[in-house]
Design a protein around this ligand. Structure first.
Ligand code: NAD
Length: 428
């Protein structure tokens, strides 16, 4: 057996190659799209609090901007690699295209461990990152956002540095800013609500009323909590959630057959989405091992915690009752498990469609920032609903017309749109 390390970029390219063949893309388009258009590698000298200078490595990868300015987060992570950033930039291109927003795909990163940096060291690192790339990002070029271990505060420091350099106000250069400082209302809810907009449409297609369904959710963080909130509003019942216990270093599943109490659970959950096990047991929840969320007798599964949760090992434990799975998390299903779900005929809403509410709302933030005029929350969420619904309908129409698995249909739409834009511009 080969022990080759997992390489996200090779995986992204393999996915692309498969769909490019299904689409019959020409060689020039394939060659253009299977690599980033531009990438920047830079050194970031940062003065530390003890007076020494530490040099960090940073990246920005602009995969494709044929459909509009690049969009994608910046991660601070000790194990960051250029290939991870390349893969994530490519996935951003497809995600923006599948929801049909006029943006391309980018991603950035810095190899660092933010837990070991003081607040002021993090601020210097953010400002240094912007100084290296200030001429190659911007509201009409490439628009960063928060990602793993970067926050609204990091975005604000980056915005400030960009504005110092360019001598003007450019709130549209970056998204994920705090509300009141160029951020958008509705961003907190956007990803979880977006998941439910797609579930609602899928249920219509399956001819099932939301009020006749029950669901199990993996995770109880930002995406999971907001997905549960809206799913309950449209009539669904959640009987199981799960979360990671920092104290016990393991996950637990919390089950209440007559339906969980979202409001009550939120009160006993920390800011990382960890549910207090003892208090949950006192409130009438069965506390089970973390991986049992997947075995519940439900109609809908919503993995909304982390990648590689639905695997070859546990996919066979999924109840026969399950008809629909909406991937709130990024990459929750391994290729092996995906194959089983496809064979079983489970309706899977793929991650880059189901959880695209976040990037769609970032686009709406950018639009508001460029106008310097901000909408009420209902207006933002209303536009989000229209855009997510329309994206879902495009993908499911193609899936039914060509008898395709939803994931393949979503990739085909996204890649075809980007290839078309490159062709229309005369690039290929
Ligand atoms: P979060 O940190 O707010 O919540 C994560 C939740 O998962 C927590 O409740 C945590 O306890 C739980 N968890 C962690 N490990 C677990 C395990 N082994 N078993 C069960 N539960 C576990 O994160 P989030 O923002 O809700 O993101 C969740 C997923 O959605 C991630 O894959 C993320 O990349 C993806 N996503 C998030 C957004 C967004 O806007 N927040 C957008 C697109 C995709």
């Amino acid at each position: 057996m080969s022990s080759k390390p997992f390489n996200a970029f090779q995986m992204a390219q393999a996915q692309f190659d498969k769909v490019a063949d299904m689409l019959g893309l020409d060689e020039a388009s394939k060659s253009l799209l299977r690599h980033p258009m531009r990438e920047y590698h830079f050194s970031l000298p940062v003065r530390m609090d003890d007076g020494t200078v530490q040099v960090f490595r940073g990246f920005r990868v602009q995969h494709n901007d044929a459909r509009g300015p690049g969009k994608g987060g910046i991660r601070f992570h000790p194990q960051e690699t250029i290939d991870t950033v390349r893969a994530l930039a490519m996935w951003m291109t497809w995600k923006c295209a599948v929801v049909n927003i006029p943006l391309g795909g980018s991603k950035g990163g810095v190899i660092c461990e933010p837990h070991n940096l003081s607040t002021i060291e993090q601020e210097r690192l953010c400002r240094q990152w912007v100084r290296q790339i200030a001429r190659d990002i911007g509201p009409v070029r490439d628009v960063p956002a928060p990602d793993v271990m970067t926050s609204a505060q990091h975005m604000l420091w980056m915005l400030d540095e960009f504005e110092q350099i360019h001598g003007g106000k450019y709130p549209g250069v970056i998204t994920g800013k705090p509300v009141g400082m160029g951020g958008s209302l509705g961003r907190t809810e956007a990803t979880g609500y977006g998941v439910v907009f797609t579930i609602r449409e899928a249920l219509k297609e399956l001819n099932i009323r939301p009020q006749d369904t029950i669901a199990a959710v993996q995770g109880f963080g930002n995406v999971a909590q907001h997905a549960i909130e809206l799913y309950e509003q449209i009539g669904g019942k959640v009987i199981s959630v799960s979360s990671w216990s920092q104290a016990d270093q393991q996950a637990y599943t919390f089950v209440r057959k007559d339906g969980i109490d979202l409001h009550g659970l939120r009160k006993i959950t920390d800011r990382f989405g960890g549910i207090d096990k003892a208090k949950a047991a006192d409130s009438g929840y069965q506390v089970l091992p973390g991986n049992t969320w997947i075995e519940q007798d439900v109609d809908i599964l919503i993995p909304a915690a982390l990648e590689n949760s639905v695997t070859g090992d546990n996919v066979t434990k999924i109840s026969k009752q399950v008809k629909l799975m909406a991937e709130g998390a990024n990459g929750p299903t391994t290729p092996e498990a995906d194959h089983v779900l496809k064979e079983r005929g489970v309706f899977v809403i793929p991650d880059f469609l189901a959880n695209a509410g976040g990037v769609t709302c970032s686009y709406l933030e950018q639009v508001q920032s460029n106008m310097n005029y901000y909408w009420e929350k209902d207006e933002v969420l209303g536009k989000l609903d229209v855009m997510m619904t329309s994206a879902f309908v495009d993908v499911s129409n193609l899936a039914s017309k060509r008898k395709l698995y939803m994931r393949d249909a979503a990739y085909m739409i996204a890649i075809a749109r980007v290839a078309q834009a490159c062709g229309d511009r005369g690039w290929v």
